[in-house]
Design a protein around this ligand. Structure first.
Ligand code: ADP
Length: 397
Protein backbone atom coordinates (compact mmCIF):
# COMPACT_ATOMS: atom_id res chain seq x y z
CA UNK A 1 0.00 0.00 0.00
CA UNK A 2 1.15 3.56 -0.70
CA UNK A 3 0.79 6.09 2.10
CA UNK A 4 1.23 9.84 1.82
CA UNK A 5 2.55 11.61 4.92
CA UNK A 6 1.79 15.30 5.32
CA UNK A 7 3.31 17.79 7.74
CA UNK A 8 1.60 21.16 7.43
CA UNK A 9 3.02 24.34 8.89
CA UNK A 10 1.39 27.76 8.73
CA UNK A 11 3.11 28.59 5.42
CA UNK A 12 4.65 25.26 4.44
CA UNK A 13 3.70 21.70 3.61
CA UNK A 14 6.18 18.82 3.73
CA UNK A 15 5.29 15.44 2.25
CA UNK A 16 6.65 11.97 1.70
CA UNK A 17 5.12 9.12 -0.24
CA UNK A 18 5.91 5.66 1.17
CA UNK A 19 5.53 2.24 -0.36
CA UNK A 20 4.70 0.29 2.78
CA UNK A 21 5.61 -3.04 1.18
CA UNK A 22 9.25 -2.22 1.98
CA UNK A 23 8.82 1.17 3.72
CA UNK A 24 10.72 2.86 0.90
CA UNK A 25 10.24 6.54 0.10
CA UNK A 26 8.99 6.92 -3.47
CA UNK A 27 8.94 10.71 -3.53
CA UNK A 28 9.13 13.64 -1.19
CA UNK A 29 8.91 17.38 -1.26
CA UNK A 30 8.25 20.70 0.31
CA UNK A 31 5.87 23.53 -0.50
CA UNK A 32 7.18 26.79 0.89
CA UNK A 33 5.87 30.33 1.33
CA UNK A 34 2.20 29.39 0.97
CA UNK A 35 0.18 32.59 0.83
CA UNK A 36 3.24 34.83 0.51
CA UNK A 37 5.43 36.07 -2.35
CA UNK A 38 7.88 33.60 -3.80
CA UNK A 39 5.85 30.44 -3.16
CA UNK A 40 7.25 27.25 -4.65
CA UNK A 41 7.16 23.48 -4.64
CA UNK A 42 10.31 21.38 -4.53
CA UNK A 43 9.56 17.81 -5.47
CA UNK A 44 11.96 14.88 -5.61
CA UNK A 45 11.20 11.45 -6.93
CA UNK A 46 13.61 9.02 -5.29
CA UNK A 47 16.62 8.54 -7.55
CA UNK A 48 15.95 11.68 -9.61
CA UNK A 49 17.04 15.31 -9.41
CA UNK A 50 14.68 17.65 -7.55
CA UNK A 51 12.25 19.68 -9.65
CA UNK A 52 11.17 23.18 -8.74
CA UNK A 53 7.72 24.60 -9.48
CA UNK A 54 7.58 28.35 -8.86
CA UNK A 55 4.09 29.85 -9.00
CA UNK A 56 1.65 31.67 -6.73
CA UNK A 57 0.31 29.24 -4.09
CA UNK A 58 -2.34 31.26 -2.26
CA UNK A 59 -3.48 28.57 0.20
CA UNK A 60 -3.03 24.99 1.39
CA UNK A 61 -5.73 23.72 -0.95
CA UNK A 62 -3.71 24.88 -3.94
CA UNK A 63 -0.58 23.45 -2.30
CA UNK A 64 -2.25 20.03 -1.95
CA UNK A 65 -3.42 20.07 -5.56
CA UNK A 66 0.14 20.87 -6.70
CA UNK A 67 1.55 18.05 -4.58
CA UNK A 68 -0.94 15.57 -6.08
CA UNK A 69 -0.11 16.85 -9.57
CA UNK A 70 3.61 16.36 -8.90
CA UNK A 71 2.98 12.83 -7.59
CA UNK A 72 1.03 12.02 -10.76
CA UNK A 73 3.54 13.63 -13.15
CA UNK A 74 4.61 11.24 -15.92
CA UNK A 75 8.30 12.10 -15.60
CA UNK A 76 8.81 13.00 -11.96
CA UNK A 77 5.78 11.43 -10.31
CA UNK A 78 5.53 8.19 -8.37
CA UNK A 79 1.94 7.05 -8.99
CA UNK A 80 -0.23 6.63 -12.08
CA UNK A 81 -3.56 7.28 -10.42
CA UNK A 82 -4.76 8.76 -7.13
CA UNK A 83 -6.47 5.41 -6.51
CA UNK A 84 -3.02 4.08 -5.60
CA UNK A 85 -3.03 6.19 -2.44
CA UNK A 86 -4.22 3.90 0.34
CA UNK A 87 -4.22 6.50 3.10
CA UNK A 88 -2.86 9.85 4.23
CA UNK A 89 -1.14 10.31 7.61
CA UNK A 90 -0.89 13.78 9.12
CA UNK A 91 1.44 15.15 11.72
CA UNK A 92 -0.69 17.07 14.22
CA UNK A 93 1.06 19.05 16.92
CA UNK A 94 -1.42 19.20 19.78
CA UNK A 95 -4.06 16.73 20.87
CA UNK A 96 -4.28 17.98 24.46
CA UNK A 97 -5.34 15.16 26.78
CA UNK A 98 -7.77 13.81 24.22
CA UNK A 99 -5.58 11.30 22.38
CA UNK A 100 -2.76 9.17 23.72
CA UNK A 101 -2.21 7.45 20.39
CA UNK A 102 -2.80 8.03 16.70
CA UNK A 103 -6.41 7.96 15.46
CA UNK A 104 -8.37 7.82 12.24
CA UNK A 105 -9.62 11.30 11.43
CA UNK A 106 -13.38 11.78 11.37
CA UNK A 107 -15.73 14.62 12.23
CA UNK A 108 -15.55 13.95 15.98
CA UNK A 109 -11.74 13.90 15.99
CA UNK A 110 -11.62 17.08 13.91
CA UNK A 111 -13.92 18.79 16.42
CA UNK A 112 -11.60 17.68 19.24
CA UNK A 113 -8.56 19.05 17.40
CA UNK A 114 -10.32 22.35 16.88
CA UNK A 115 -10.92 22.48 20.65
CA UNK A 116 -7.15 22.19 21.08
CA UNK A 117 -6.44 25.31 18.99
CA UNK A 118 -6.06 27.57 22.06
CA UNK A 119 -3.32 25.21 23.26
CA UNK A 120 -1.38 25.44 19.96
CA UNK A 121 -2.60 28.58 18.18
CA UNK A 122 0.24 28.56 15.64
CA UNK A 123 0.37 24.88 14.79
CA UNK A 124 -3.06 23.23 15.03
CA UNK A 125 -4.86 25.59 12.62
CA UNK A 126 -2.25 24.80 9.93
CA UNK A 127 -2.54 21.06 10.60
CA UNK A 128 -6.34 21.27 10.38
CA UNK A 129 -6.18 23.23 7.11
CA UNK A 130 -3.93 20.51 5.68
CA UNK A 131 -6.35 17.75 6.68
CA UNK A 132 -9.31 19.64 5.22
CA UNK A 133 -7.43 20.32 1.99
CA UNK A 134 -6.70 16.59 1.60
CA UNK A 135 -10.35 15.73 2.42
CA UNK A 136 -11.48 18.08 -0.34
CA UNK A 137 -9.12 16.56 -2.93
CA UNK A 138 -9.28 12.93 -1.79
CA UNK A 139 -12.69 12.51 -0.11
CA UNK A 140 -12.59 8.71 -0.11
CA UNK A 141 -9.06 8.20 1.16
CA UNK A 142 -8.80 7.43 4.91
CA UNK A 143 -6.75 9.90 6.95
CA UNK A 144 -4.96 9.37 10.25
CA UNK A 145 -3.72 11.94 12.77
CA UNK A 146 -0.41 11.31 14.54
CA UNK A 147 0.12 13.68 17.44
CA UNK A 148 3.33 15.21 18.83
CA UNK A 149 1.83 15.14 22.31
CA UNK A 150 0.46 11.57 22.32
CA UNK A 151 3.61 9.67 23.39
CA UNK A 152 3.88 11.84 26.54
CA UNK A 153 0.38 11.07 27.78
CA UNK A 154 1.90 8.32 29.96
CA UNK A 155 3.65 10.86 32.24
CA UNK A 156 2.55 10.58 35.87
CA UNK A 157 0.51 13.48 37.25
CA UNK A 158 3.30 14.67 39.53
CA UNK A 159 5.50 15.09 36.45
CA UNK A 160 2.98 16.87 34.23
CA UNK A 161 1.29 19.15 36.76
CA UNK A 162 2.41 22.72 37.45
CA UNK A 163 1.97 23.98 41.00
CA UNK A 164 -0.42 26.77 40.01
CA UNK A 165 -3.99 26.85 41.36
CA UNK A 166 -5.67 23.55 40.41
CA UNK A 167 -8.48 25.26 38.50
CA UNK A 168 -6.00 26.26 35.80
CA UNK A 169 -5.49 22.57 35.11
CA UNK A 170 -9.13 21.52 35.49
CA UNK A 171 -10.71 24.35 33.55
CA UNK A 172 -7.99 25.74 31.29
CA UNK A 173 -5.98 22.52 30.75
CA UNK A 174 -2.75 24.16 31.86
CA UNK A 175 -0.22 21.33 32.34
CA UNK A 176 2.93 19.88 30.77
CA UNK A 177 2.12 18.15 27.49
CA UNK A 178 5.51 17.65 25.87
CA UNK A 179 6.23 17.57 22.14
CA UNK A 180 8.43 15.75 19.57
CA UNK A 181 6.66 12.61 20.85
CA UNK A 182 6.84 10.85 17.49
CA UNK A 183 10.61 11.33 17.41
CA UNK A 184 11.22 10.25 21.01
CA UNK A 185 9.06 7.17 20.40
CA UNK A 186 10.90 6.27 17.20
CA UNK A 187 14.47 6.68 18.48
CA UNK A 188 13.83 4.94 21.81
CA UNK A 189 12.32 1.91 20.07
CA UNK A 190 15.07 1.87 17.47
CA UNK A 191 17.72 2.08 20.23
CA UNK A 192 16.23 -0.99 21.94
CA UNK A 193 16.11 -2.78 18.60
CA UNK A 194 19.79 -1.99 17.90
CA UNK A 195 20.73 -3.31 21.35
CA UNK A 196 18.57 -6.39 20.84
CA UNK A 197 16.84 -5.82 24.19
CA UNK A 198 13.13 -5.46 25.00
CA UNK A 199 12.31 -1.78 25.49
CA UNK A 200 10.30 -2.81 28.56
CA UNK A 201 13.62 -3.55 30.31
CA UNK A 202 15.35 -0.26 29.50
CA UNK A 203 15.74 3.19 31.01
CA UNK A 204 16.45 5.51 28.08
CA UNK A 205 17.07 9.25 27.87
CA UNK A 206 16.41 10.59 24.36
CA UNK A 207 17.81 13.99 23.34
CA UNK A 208 16.05 15.46 20.29
CA UNK A 209 18.28 18.43 19.48
CA UNK A 210 17.16 20.47 16.47
CA UNK A 211 15.88 24.01 16.03
CA UNK A 212 13.41 22.97 18.69
CA UNK A 213 14.93 20.65 21.27
CA UNK A 214 13.63 18.37 23.99
CA UNK A 215 14.84 15.62 26.29
CA UNK A 216 12.62 12.71 27.34
CA UNK A 217 12.89 10.02 30.00
CA UNK A 218 11.61 6.76 28.50
CA UNK A 219 11.18 4.08 31.16
CA UNK A 220 10.03 0.62 30.06
CA UNK A 221 8.98 2.07 26.70
CA UNK A 222 6.86 4.86 28.19
CA UNK A 223 7.53 8.59 28.40
CA UNK A 224 7.69 9.42 32.12
CA UNK A 225 8.95 13.00 31.81
CA UNK A 226 9.93 15.45 29.11
CA UNK A 227 11.51 18.89 29.02
CA UNK A 228 8.98 20.75 26.86
CA UNK A 229 5.88 21.81 28.71
CA UNK A 230 2.53 23.48 28.16
CA UNK A 231 4.10 24.76 24.95
CA UNK A 232 7.35 23.96 23.11
CA UNK A 233 9.07 27.02 24.62
CA UNK A 234 10.03 25.20 27.84
CA UNK A 235 13.10 23.12 28.62
CA UNK A 236 16.38 23.45 26.76
CA UNK A 237 17.92 26.53 25.17
CA UNK A 238 16.77 26.26 21.53
CA UNK A 239 17.42 28.05 18.25
CA UNK A 240 15.21 31.02 19.14
CA UNK A 241 13.23 29.79 22.18
CA UNK A 242 14.40 30.61 25.67
CA UNK A 243 13.74 27.27 27.37
CA UNK A 244 13.37 27.19 31.16
CA UNK A 245 13.35 30.60 32.85
CA UNK A 246 12.04 31.84 36.17
CA UNK A 247 8.35 32.64 35.41
CA UNK A 248 8.94 36.09 36.87
CA UNK A 249 11.24 36.82 33.95
CA UNK A 250 8.19 36.40 31.71
CA UNK A 251 5.98 38.71 33.75
CA UNK A 252 8.84 41.20 34.04
CA UNK A 253 9.39 41.32 30.27
CA UNK A 254 5.61 41.34 29.64
CA UNK A 255 5.15 44.30 32.01
CA UNK A 256 7.83 46.19 30.06
CA UNK A 257 6.95 45.16 26.51
CA UNK A 258 3.35 43.90 26.60
CA UNK A 259 2.26 40.26 26.57
CA UNK A 260 2.31 39.79 22.81
CA UNK A 261 5.81 41.19 22.35
CA UNK A 262 7.04 39.20 25.35
CA UNK A 263 5.73 36.02 23.73
CA UNK A 264 7.55 36.90 20.53
CA UNK A 265 10.79 37.70 22.38
CA UNK A 266 10.74 34.40 24.29
CA UNK A 267 9.80 32.29 21.23
CA UNK A 268 11.57 34.01 18.35
CA UNK A 269 14.37 36.20 19.70
CA UNK A 270 15.82 34.16 22.52
CA UNK A 271 17.80 30.91 22.76
CA UNK A 272 21.03 30.59 20.75
CA UNK A 273 19.98 33.62 18.70
CA UNK A 274 19.28 35.81 21.73
CA UNK A 275 22.45 34.89 23.60
CA UNK A 276 24.88 34.94 20.65
CA UNK A 277 23.29 37.92 18.89
CA UNK A 278 24.52 36.16 15.73
CA UNK A 279 22.46 33.13 14.73
CA UNK A 280 19.96 30.52 15.79
CA UNK A 281 21.85 27.90 13.79
CA UNK A 282 24.20 25.63 15.72
CA UNK A 283 26.69 25.51 12.83
CA UNK A 284 27.16 29.29 13.10
CA UNK A 285 27.41 29.08 16.88
CA UNK A 286 30.14 26.41 16.65
CA UNK A 287 31.96 28.44 14.00
CA UNK A 288 31.74 31.58 16.15
CA UNK A 289 33.00 29.66 19.15
CA UNK A 290 35.99 28.34 17.20
CA UNK A 291 36.77 31.92 16.12
CA UNK A 292 36.79 32.98 19.78
CA UNK A 293 33.40 34.73 19.94
CA UNK A 294 32.55 34.91 23.66
CA UNK A 295 28.76 35.05 23.22
CA UNK A 296 28.70 32.10 20.84
CA UNK A 297 30.76 30.19 23.40
CA UNK A 298 28.29 31.17 26.12
CA UNK A 299 25.30 30.05 24.02
CA UNK A 300 27.00 26.71 23.29
CA UNK A 301 27.88 26.17 26.94
CA UNK A 302 24.36 27.06 28.12
CA UNK A 303 22.83 24.51 25.73
CA UNK A 304 25.22 21.70 26.66
CA UNK A 305 24.96 22.42 30.39
CA UNK A 306 21.16 22.35 30.14
CA UNK A 307 21.17 18.99 28.35
CA UNK A 308 23.56 17.58 30.95
CA UNK A 309 21.27 18.73 33.78
CA UNK A 310 18.23 17.09 32.18
CA UNK A 311 20.09 13.81 31.69
CA UNK A 312 21.03 13.82 35.39
CA UNK A 313 17.49 14.70 36.41
CA UNK A 314 15.94 11.99 34.24
CA UNK A 315 18.41 9.36 35.45
CA UNK A 316 17.17 10.27 38.93
CA UNK A 317 13.53 10.20 37.79
CA UNK A 318 13.93 6.68 36.37
CA UNK A 319 16.25 5.32 39.08
CA UNK A 320 19.09 4.92 36.57
CA UNK A 321 19.95 5.11 32.90
CA UNK A 322 20.88 2.33 30.47
CA UNK A 323 20.86 4.18 27.16
CA UNK A 324 21.45 7.78 26.06
CA UNK A 325 20.27 8.66 22.54
CA UNK A 326 21.13 11.72 20.45
CA UNK A 327 18.96 12.65 17.48
CA UNK A 328 17.76 15.49 15.15
CA UNK A 329 19.90 18.12 13.39
CA UNK A 330 22.32 18.90 16.23
CA UNK A 331 22.20 15.48 17.91
CA UNK A 332 22.94 13.65 14.65
CA UNK A 333 25.47 16.08 13.22
CA UNK A 334 27.48 17.66 16.03
CA UNK A 335 30.16 15.42 17.53
CA UNK A 336 31.23 18.48 19.53
CA UNK A 337 27.86 18.83 21.29
CA UNK A 338 27.66 15.08 21.98
CA UNK A 339 31.14 15.11 23.52
CA UNK A 340 30.48 18.27 25.55
CA UNK A 341 27.23 16.86 26.92
CA UNK A 342 28.88 13.62 28.03
CA UNK A 343 31.78 15.43 29.68
CA UNK A 344 31.30 15.29 33.45
CA UNK A 345 28.64 12.58 33.33
CA UNK A 346 31.15 9.75 33.85
CA UNK A 347 29.78 9.33 37.39
CA UNK A 348 26.54 8.09 35.79
CA UNK A 349 28.45 5.65 33.58
CA UNK A 350 28.14 7.91 30.54
CA UNK A 351 31.23 8.08 28.35
CA UNK A 352 31.78 8.91 24.70
CA UNK A 353 34.63 7.37 22.69
CA UNK A 354 36.21 10.24 20.72
CA UNK A 355 37.09 8.08 17.70
CA UNK A 356 33.63 6.47 17.49
CA UNK A 357 31.99 9.88 17.92
CA UNK A 358 33.79 11.48 14.97
CA UNK A 359 31.02 11.35 12.34
CA UNK A 360 27.76 12.94 11.28
CA UNK A 361 24.29 11.72 10.50
CA UNK A 362 24.44 7.95 10.95
CA UNK A 363 23.17 5.33 13.31
CA UNK A 364 26.03 4.39 15.60
CA UNK A 365 27.01 3.48 19.18
CA UNK A 366 29.53 6.05 20.45
CA UNK A 367 30.26 4.78 23.96
CA UNK A 368 33.27 2.54 24.61
CA UNK A 369 32.76 -1.23 24.47
CA UNK A 370 31.34 -2.52 27.75
CA UNK A 371 30.44 0.96 29.11
CA UNK A 372 27.62 0.92 31.72
CA UNK A 373 25.51 3.28 29.60
CA UNK A 374 25.20 2.78 25.85
CA UNK A 375 25.40 6.18 24.18
CA UNK A 376 24.16 6.19 20.60
CA UNK A 377 23.17 8.35 17.68
CA UNK A 378 19.88 7.36 16.06
CA UNK A 379 18.70 9.54 13.15
CA UNK A 380 15.06 10.36 13.70
CA UNK A 381 12.38 9.52 11.15
CA UNK A 382 9.08 11.03 12.19
CA UNK A 383 7.57 10.54 8.73
CA UNK A 384 8.16 6.80 8.88
CA UNK A 385 6.44 6.57 12.29
CA UNK A 386 3.47 8.47 10.85
CA UNK A 387 3.33 6.13 7.84
CA UNK A 388 3.55 3.03 10.04
CA UNK A 389 0.87 4.28 12.45
CA UNK A 390 -1.37 5.21 9.54
CA UNK A 391 -1.06 1.73 8.07
CA UNK A 392 -1.65 0.10 11.48
CA UNK A 393 -4.77 2.12 12.13
CA UNK A 394 -6.42 1.76 8.77
CA UNK A 395 -5.69 -1.96 8.87
CA UNK A 396 -7.59 -2.08 12.18
CA UNK A 397 -4.55 -3.24 14.18
P1 ADP B 1 14.02 21.25 13.01
O1 ADP B 1 13.74 21.36 14.48
O2 ADP B 1 13.73 22.50 12.24
O3 ADP B 1 13.50 19.98 12.36
P2 ADP B 1 16.64 20.07 12.60
O4 ADP B 1 16.41 18.80 13.32
O5 ADP B 1 16.82 20.02 11.13
O6 ADP B 1 15.60 21.18 12.97
O7 ADP B 1 17.96 20.72 13.25
C1 ADP B 1 18.43 21.96 12.87
C2 ADP B 1 19.68 22.27 13.71
O8 ADP B 1 20.68 21.27 13.42
C3 ADP B 1 20.29 23.61 13.41
O9 ADP B 1 20.66 24.26 14.62
C4 ADP B 1 21.54 23.24 12.64
O10 ADP B 1 22.56 24.17 12.81
C5 ADP B 1 21.93 21.94 13.30
N1 ADP B 1 22.88 21.22 12.46
C6 ADP B 1 22.71 20.70 11.23
N2 ADP B 1 23.89 20.23 10.74
C7 ADP B 1 24.83 20.47 11.69
C8 ADP B 1 26.23 20.26 11.81
N3 ADP B 1 26.92 19.67 10.83
N4 ADP B 1 26.86 20.63 12.96
C9 ADP B 1 26.18 21.25 13.94
N5 ADP B 1 24.85 21.49 13.90
C10 ADP B 1 24.19 21.12 12.81
Amino acid sequence: MKILVINCGSSSLKYQLFDMADESVLAKGLVERIGIDGSRLKHTRTGQEAVLVEQPIPDHKVAVSLVLKALLDKQHGAIKSLDELGAVGHRVVHAGEKFSCSVRLDDAVMAALKECIPLAPLHNPANIIGIEAISASLPNVPQVGVFDTAFHQTMPDYAYMYAVPYGYYKDAKVRRYGFHGTSHLFVSHRAAEILGKPIQDLKIVTCHLGNGSSVTAVKNGKSVDTSMGFTPVAGLVMGTRCGDVDPSVVTYIAAKEGAEKADKILNKESGLQGISGKSSDMRDIEEGMKAGDARCTLAYNMLCYGIRKYIGAYAAAMGGIDVLVFTAGIGENSPEVRASVAEGLEFLGIKVDAAKNDFRGKERIISPEGAPVTVMVVPTNEELVIARDTLRIISGR
